[in-house]
Design a binder for this molecule. Sequence first.
Ligand code: NAD
Length: 476
Amino acid sequence: MLKHWINGKEVESKETFTNYNPATMEEICEVASGGEKEINEAVLAAKEAFPKWANTPAKERAKLMRNLGELIDKNVPKIAELETKDTGLPIHQTKNVLIPRASHNFNFFAEVCTRMDGHTYPVDDQMLNYTLYQPVGVCGLISPWNVPFMTATWKTAPCLALGNTAVLKMSELSPLTAHQLGQLALEAGIPSGVLNVIQGYGSTAGAALTKHHDVRAISFTGGTATGRQIMASAGIKKYSMELGGKSPVIIFDDADLERALDAALFTIFSLNGERCTAGSRIFIQESVYDKFVAEFARRAKRLIVGDPTDPSTQVGSMITKQHYDKVTGYIDIGMKEGACLLAGGLERPADLPVHLSKGQFIQPTVFANVDNKMRIAQEEIFGPVVCLMKFKDETEGLKLANDVEYGLASYIWTQDIGKAHRVARGIEAGMVFINSQNVRDLRQPFGGVKASGTGREGGNYSFEVFTEIKNVCISM
Ligand code: NAD
């Protein structure tokens, strides 16, 4: 049984659930299913570990963060294989991008925590105010299944480096690598109780964690509906809410179309399309629409869908049968709404080997001539399905891009620098990429507006959720 990590020890639960490999539907293992009891134990351990950890010199905490980064580096192949087995993500993406990024997260926040400073506000020569950033206490970290190890470490690294202790609740759909994280943290020398990992469902373990009185901050990544539920029920806490997306890609007729095609294909079909920042709504200026659409569909058809463990695979398996049904349900809706299906669709990919016959595979699916009011253009599908739409000019392109509930990422393609800046300013999104696919720098603020969430994580912006700022005023 895959167990929890509580206060440095592996702990079982009476209840368990079964974890499956979505590509083969074979059972991987039984997983301990935590609830209120396990959450209470984990929060207590984190609370007791907090004073000593918060007072550990930043240099020492940084050293332990680097140790953990090094251990992750040494274990990249093993962790990547587990992640691929658990989620259906292609191995070349887990091994070359996602798991190595987890180690960067620890190395990066090791630097950040040793460089923390504050501000001073002198008031004539009578008063001096200065600010201190201090750890918050016990933090509840809740992670989804789509890039589980990367997201868990993206939360754990700043949380611990800045002097907090944590209870990490992983998605019930991707428990394997979080268990590794708990183990490697102990091997790295991070004291017992500083990082506790609880496996279990959102409605039991997740809800108990978010409502717990001793949890001072919640860093949540997941769906918008869950985010709303947590904010309505968890009470007065610090929050970072990294929620869903339906991100626009705006391609003007003066864009470098070759690069735009490649990047647009990448932003929707990498990570199986199960990506919060996926460019799932592509707006193309009318004079280049036909050319772009034909070439985009041609390239989408060439993507290799198949065994996630095969290094040549570009699109693997959806996470569960239920998610497969959701995504194919949207493909069905798109066809009924009258969108033009140019690639993919409901048929299973051809030539899948026998051992993948029960897997959750969907062909990269391209809809053209979509109306922005259609459900496929408005609702987060979270799979390899993209909507192509036409626009006339800058004003209409921006209006259509903003006409959606979400506001996470956005992508603009043009050679006109003035237009690029105007659209970047007008677009309702937390992140704008101009002439670029989604390239991350760990210093940048990550997060969204509107239904995509509140709060930012990354660089010093992680202070928002993982520190309290205190003002000290001295009379002179
Ligand atoms: P989800 O909201 O169903 O679950 C996310 C996590 O919350 C899981 O660990 C789940 O067990 C837990 N949870 C569920 N109900 C809960 C409750 N009542 N209280 C506390 N915890 C609860 O999301 P998901 O299906 O795992 O992930 C997909 C979603 O995550 C998509 O909408 C995607 O866009 C979003 N996402 C956002 C970002 C971002 O940075 N903005 C990144 C990745 C994924």
